[in-house]
Design a protein around this ligand. Structure first.
Ligand SMILES: [Fe+2]
Length: 157
């Protein structure tokens, strides 16, 4: 039996990468739901601006949820698909009943910081495994989200 998968990566590396990608997926899913909650629950003078901005963020997070899950499938593994598992795996915790605009933005900022941290770990694993596909995906997300972190920091002043 071959020790490489259908895209020519070592099975052992693919398995390790899939596990890390599942950890990332769990964080995306919890974070997605947190941002959806901010979109619904935010109150105050900044409501219209933040409500719309949070929708922009969670729509993008949802796109990435699908891309991360499909990368796991491309590597020959199964994406975790139950919220009960996401809660156990994710570093990002559920953030409930937040209404204050600044607190919502801080939640978004911290969520992106955690995603960046996880994606750097993933990028390092992918580089060691010569997995350019996963590395490029992680690199694109990092670059994009670092800019988002800068903007959220600027908003908070
Ligand atoms: Fe909405």
């Amino acid at each position: 039996m071959s020790d490489t998968n259908t895209i020519g990566l070592h099975e052992a590396s693919a398995s390790q990468l899939a596990e890390k990608l599942n950890e990332l997926l769990a964080n995306y899913q919890i974070f997605y739901m947190n941002v959806r909650g901010y979109h619904w629950n935010v109150k105050g003078r900044q409501f219209f601006q933040l409500h719309e901005k949070f929708e922009e963020f969670y729509t993008d997070l949802l796109t990435k949820v699908d891309e991360v899950a499909e990368r796991i499938l491309t590597l020959g593994h199964t994406p975790v698909h139950a919220y009960s598992d996401y809660v156990k795996i994710a570093r990002i915790e559920e953030d409930k009943n937040v209404h204050d605009g600044e607190a919502c933005v801080r939640g978004v900022l911290q969520g992106y910081q955690t995603l960046i941290e996880l994606q750097r770990e993933l990028l390092s694993l992918a580089s060691d495994a010569d997995d350019e596909g996963t590395a490029a995906q992680a690199g694109d997300y990092i670059r994009e989200q670092e800019k988002t972190v800068w903007m959220l920091g600027a908003y908070l002043g």
